[in-house]
Ligand binder design. Structure first.
Ligand code: ZN
Length: 260
């Protein structure tokens, strides 16, 4: 049984086909799906989508691209729901992005730091987007790890030494379909050596469909391809990788277990 630790059922590309997408996911071995909200609109939609299926869990945050829209009152909506709704399993998507920089970096930092404090206070894990911002993100999460902050670097695409920096902070690394791409040789090396108690897998649907679905709209049912691929890299069976990534997901996102 698989857990997709990061997908966007709230996306325009997926939200109108959810009954089909969830049926396919079930047929392909998915047990739980973490739906990631990332701006004020998707936070509301994500909360509604929880009613569609017991498979769905949720994280709430404002992503770096939307940090210019960040306000304290929007952020406090996240706190209210995270406190009262046990199917909200984490804070995110949050982070810093210096590749697109769709919001000014000073807004991104303000937004990121606000949610780091909130997650630490609520004792919930964070889901972090890092794009050409390794040092900036690392510096900020380090200020909270001795207060108990933990989380995952989602869709990890960094170097081996960047991987080690985040692992040293106690963080998990999550791999998307990118790892299956032909030119991802250095990322494949990272996926081989991540300790077995710190590896997670995700689809990041609707983006980044793994080979052999590359280029298509991605959905949680495609997680098995990434699972098979990484299992092969690590010389273990798909079943073993599925089991250990499921255990890791339930350790980090502990509310996944409270509900089962
Ligand atoms: Zn995402």
């Amino acid at each position: 049984m698989l857990i997709d630790t990061h997908c966007h059922l709230v996306s325009d590309k997926l939200k109108d086909n959810l009954s089909e997408i969830l049926a396919t996911a079930k047929n392909n071995g998915l047990e739980k799906i973490i739906n990631i909200a990332y701006d004020p609109e998707t936070i509301q939609l994500g909360l509604q989508q929880l009613q569609l299926s017991e498979m769905i869990y949720l994280t709430l945050g404002i992503q770096p691209h939307d940090a210019a829209k960040f306000t304290i009152s929007e952020a406090e909506i996240v706190r209210t729901h995270a406190k009262s709704n046990k199917r909200v399993v984490g804070i995110g998507e949050i982070g810093l992005d210096a590749y697109y920089t769709l919001s000014p970096m000073e807004n991104q930092i303000e937004c990121f730091e606000y949610f780091l404090e909130m997650a630490t206070e609520l004792k919930l894990p964070i889901v972090v987007h890092v794009r050409e911002t390794h040092a900036l993100v690392l510096e900020r999460i380090k200020q909270f790890i001795n207060k108990g902050l933990t989380g995952v670097i989602h869709c990890f695409t960094g170097t081996l030494s960047e991987a080690k920096d985040f692992l040293d902070c106690g963080f998990f690394l999550s791999f998307s379909g990118i790892v299956t791409f032909k030119n991802s040789t250095s990322l494949q090396e990272v996926a081989k050596i991540v300790p077995e108690n710190r590896i997670l897998i995700e689809t990041d649907s609707p983006y980044l469909a793994p080979v052999p679905k590359r280029g298509k709209i991605n959905e949680p049912g495609n997680l098995k391809y990434t699972c098979d691929f990484i299992a092969n890299l690590r010389n273990i069976s798909s079943q073993e990788l599925a089991t250990l990534t499921k255990q890791n997901a339930e350790t980090l996102f502990f509310r996944l277990k409270d509900n089962s």
